[in-house]
Design a protein around this ligand. Structure first.
Ligand code: 5AD
Ligand code: SF4
Length: 438
């Protein structure tokens, strides 16, 4: 009988990718998708450890799942419960202690071994824990990815050697690893053949990717642009320090590379950037933005910001606000600093009170909302290439994404789904843009 798998994903796009690959790994065992945990035979929580709140959510969700699992057992069935991802990696033992009803705990580097773990869990009474960093890269053992829709993630790089003082990623994801170019291009070719038109290359330090052939990410993107059917390319998340000339040149010369770049800066204050161990200052970031905008005048930027990093004064915070204006970010993800056990920043003096963090976050987000709105209005009248990817809310309407990831709706025939079309933006709605054929 077919079994049903429910995967709940927390955190970043890398986890979204990993979740779909875990489903691919389990498909040969007869697992198909379940709509919700309630009727699943196996539930995987793919977790995020980046901030305390994200990690704590996992434990409250486990409390809920415990009841579902017990109900299922009472009815004579069985639910296998797995915790995957970065909380599993960092707190595997703790999970088994606090939630002994969990069957499997696996880190982000071992999910190619899931079938063995499931078999083991079915046999054994106790839990299976696998949070190794195995010598064999998991990518060599994963089945073919299966594509759904017109846009897909493709993981090319994992791990981080940068050791920003606030961040757990170097500990949970390990050191930087790049997949070989040949494997990436083969996966892209399969995705394109299955109807994918837009590929987003993923990595914790995606532009730190380097191929065995001595290629950098710019070169990989050039090769990817040659793959038949690949019409749009994006990459995320980049580090300013790894932004080399070849990648900047790709922004100038490749129409497939979308003019929208997520380039986290974290803070606008040199003092805080140094305490964060970012390896660049404000001026270096601004020089980089200049170079990128020279290469691609249409480029729009987004960033991550942390407010309330230990020692951040009002003046430091004002420098972040000023940088947001100066760069003209059209989007940001901003976070209150969250102290993570084991990171250097957790031990720093002058931790900032929660109320101050909240005020700063609200101010930054208000400024960003203003800038995003201004950018959206500036798009009215512009012609944009939009990838139409699904039916809209109303009959005869399709939804798609602009080069800047804005949702766009247009009256168009259903056969255009999966096509990149030229549209003229006519109106700004609260959560989308409206367009007509150009
Ligand atoms: N507290 C708050 N935000 C954090 N980030 C990473 N670690 C922390 C932390 N300890 C943010 C950074 C990073 C994004 C993925 O999450 O801005 O770019
Ligand atoms: Fe974390 Fe910094 Fe590495 Fe990004 S570059 S994953 S913020 S340590």
């Amino acid at each position: 009988m077919a079994k049903r798998l429910f995967v709940k994903t927390y955190g970043c796009q890398m986890n979204v990718y990993d979740s779909s690959r875990m489903a691919d790994v389990l498909a040969p065992l007869g697992y198909g998708p379940a709509e919700q945990a309630e009727n699943a035979d196996m539930v995987i929580l793919n977790t995020c450890h980046i901030r305390e709140k994200a990690a704590e959510k996992v434990f409250s969700e486990l409390g809920r799942l415990r009841k579902l699992k017990a109900a299922k057992a009472e009815a004579g069935g069985r639910m296998i419960l797995a915790v995957a991802g970065c909380v599993a990696q960092a707190e595997g033992e703790e999970i088994l202690r606090r939630a002994p009803f969990v069957d499997i705990v696996l880190g982000p580097q071992t999910y190619h071994r899931l079938p063995e773990m499931v078999a083991q869990a079915a046999r054994a009474g106790g839990a299976v824990l696998d949070t190794e960093f195995p010598a064999e890269p998991k990518f060599d053992f994963l089945p073919e990815p299966h594509a759904e829709g017109t846009s897909a993630f493709l993981s090319v790089q994992e791990g981080c050697d940068k050791f920003c003082t606030f961040c757990v990623v170097p500990y949970t994801r390990g050191s930087e690893y790049s997949r070989p170019a040949s494997a990436v291009l083969a996966e892209a070719t399969k995705l394109a053949a299955a109807g994918v038109r837009e590929i987003t290359l993923l990595g914790q330090n995606v532009n730190g990717w380097h191929g065995e052939e001595g290629w950098s990410l710019g070169r990989l993107i050039r090769e990817l642009a040659e793959v038949e059917g690949v019409e749009r390319i994006r990459y995320t998340t980049s580090h300013p320090r790894d932004m080399d000339d070849e990648l900047i040149a790709a922004h100038a010369g490749l129409p497939q590379l979308m003019p929208f770049l997520h380039l986290p800066v974290q803070s606008g204050s040199d003092r805080i950037l140094a305490a964060m161990n970012r390896g660049h200052d404000r001026a270096a970031y601004l020089r980089l933005v200049d170079k990128l905008k020279n290469a691609c005048p249409d480029l729009a930027l987004s960033s991550d910001f942390i407010v309330g990093f230990p020692g951040e004064s009002d003046a430091d915070f004002e420098e972040s606000m000023a940088l947001v204006r100066e760069v003209g970010f059209v989007q940001t993800y901003s976070f209150k600093y969250s102290s993570r056990p084991g990171t250097p920043a957790a031990a720093m003096e002058r931790q900032i009170p929660e109320s101050v963090k909240e005020e700063r976050l609200a101010a930054l987000q208000a400024l960003l909302l203003e800038q995003t709105t201004r950018f959206n209005h500036a798009c009215v009248g512009r012609e944009m290439r939009v990838l139409l990817d699904r039916p809209g809310r109303y009959a005869g309407q399709l939804l798609g994404r602009s080069p800047y990831m804005q949702p766009v709706h247009v009256k168009a025939a259903a056969h255009l789904i999966g096509k990149v079309v030229s549209l003229r933006i006519t109106k700004v709605h609260p959560n989308s843009l409206e367009a007509i054929p150009a």
